[in-house]
Design a protein. Structure first.
Length: 62
């Protein structure tokens, strides 16, 4: 797949190839940013929910 895309980029004119590469870089940057945000939120809520919640207290009483 990578080799096919590399061949495709080589057949494009320079300006179009640069646009395509920047689009790929922006896409990966957005993916990494979203992963970092979700990871941060997961850590934040995991830390917050670590304390005994109402549901856990209720389940222990039953």
């Amino acid at each position: 797949m990578f080799s096919n895309y590399f061949i495709y980029l080589n057949t494009l004119p320079k300006e179009e190839a640069i646009k395509q590469v920047f689009m790929i870089l922006i896409f990966f940057f957005l993916l990494i940013t979203l992963c970092c945000i979700f990871s941060y939120l997961k850590y934040k809520f995991k830390k917050k929910n670590n304390k005994k919640s109402f549901i856990k207290k209720f389940r222990k009483k039953s």
